[in-house]
Design a protein around this ligand. Structure first.
Ligand SMILES: O=c1[nH]c(=O)c2[nH]c(=O)[nH]c2[nH]1
Length: 295
């Protein structure tokens, strides 16, 4: 039976890289996790074990560290583009590079005196990007975040849904709405200029997400998801599509009647599982073709 090699890629996953930028006694921390995946002329390595086309994953790890030393890390999208372009442009056997970076943010610990080198991890939120570059010169950039945990303690209702023989959920006109937002947004174009605006874009998209979450009177988490996406797309022209995964972090009112107490929307049980999982994309109706951006 004839057998052929299917789609494949290989690379170094999760190179944990920390760079300290020293501005005199004032230090800055860049803490990232870099994963690269390359594809191209990889028939031989799979079919015969000939490695002539292979840029070792160990070299990919070294390149991430070397580039951090040589160029700094800066905005993760720029660093990912730098790496992806380098792999494709420097190695004829590499036709496509995918670079994914996560960034963990650190906040300075305010202390008296001139000590400026102590930090505390800034929550559990993670900034992300996935960049692709191919030998036709096409680049795509998807920026994102995950574990942005938000809660509205009122302003959320849920009623009017299907009720069948298995439904026990009570309709509510006032509930807690909480979620851990995972969002990824696709940039319409990728400029090759070195004056990056990915930092400002990230800050503003995040602001849109938070403001839309807070300002939307919610009849469902789905409606809130759409409102958040719509806010980003109507505010940030560089973004053409945004995808969400939002767990509904259920808060159930506790029945305090057995203890002779009422519960006027005050005491909740915060269940961690199971959770509703609401996923969806919001995009411009004229969004350019995504090509391989989401792969
Ligand atoms: O916002 C919600 N959307 C749902 O689809 C759903 N389903 C459910 O049980 N609770 C909720 N809440």
């Amino acid at each position: 039976m004839p057998v052929i090699l299917g789609p494949n890629r290989y690379g170094k996953a999760e190179t944990r890289l920390v760079r300290v930028v020293r501005d005199g006694g004032v230090h800055h921390i860049k803490d990232v996790n870099v994963s690269s995946a390359l594809s191209g002329d990889m028939e031989d390595v799979h079919l015969t074990g000939g490695n002539a086309a292979v840029l070792p994953t160990d070299t990919q790890k070294n390149t991430a560290f070397a580039f951090a030393g040589k160029f700094g890390v800066g905005q993760i999208e720029d660093f990912a583009l730098l790496l992806a372009r380098h792999y494709v442009d420097s190695q004829p056997t590499i036709h496509h590079a995918r670079v994914e970076i996560e960034e963990y943010s650190w906040r300075r610990i305010p202390v008296s005196g001139d000590r400026q080198h102590s930090f505390v991890r800034d929550g559990q939120e993670v900034r992300t990007c996935i960049v692709h570059h191919d030998r036709d010169g096409r680049s795509t950039v998807v920026s994102g975040l995950r574990d942005l945990v938000v809660l509205n303690s009122t302003g959320s209702e849920f009623h009017g849904y299907i009720e069948d023989e298995y439904t026990t959920l009570q309709p509510t006109a006032d509930r807690i709405l909480a979620t851990a937002v995972s969002a990824q947004w696709r940039h319409s174009g990728v400029s090759s200029s070195s004056s990056s605006s990915f930092g400002e874009s990230y800050t503003e998209v995040r602001r849109c997400l938070l403001e839309a979450f807070a300002e939307t009177h919610s009849l469902s988490l789905q409606q809130t998801l759409y409102a958040m996406g719509e806010r980003v797309l109507t505010t940030r022209e560089e973004v053409c599509e945004i995808r969400f995964a939002m767990p509904n972090k259920h808060h159930f009112l506790v029945d305090l009647a057995p203890f002779g107490l009422g519960n006027d929307n005050e005491v909740y049980y915060a269940a961690d599982r199971p959770y509703g999982l609401i996923e969806g994309a919001v995009l411009r109706d004229d969004a350019p073709d995504a090509a391989f951006a989401w792969e």
